[in-house]
Unconditional design. Sequence first.
Length: 61
Amino acid sequence: MKTYKLTAYEADGTVLFDESIEAANDSEAKQKGEQFIAENNLEERTHRLASPTGKLILFHS
């Protein structure tokens, strides 16, 4: 399992959350990240999901 980093921000840059997600691959991590964002009603907030190598898997601004 790899550790991915999911972060969401307010418009002023305040961090809403900074969570780690464990996933076997980028595809699974993206699915888990999208689910977390939806469950927490953060679809319209700036958020990103980064892989352990720094690759952006999911991004919304």
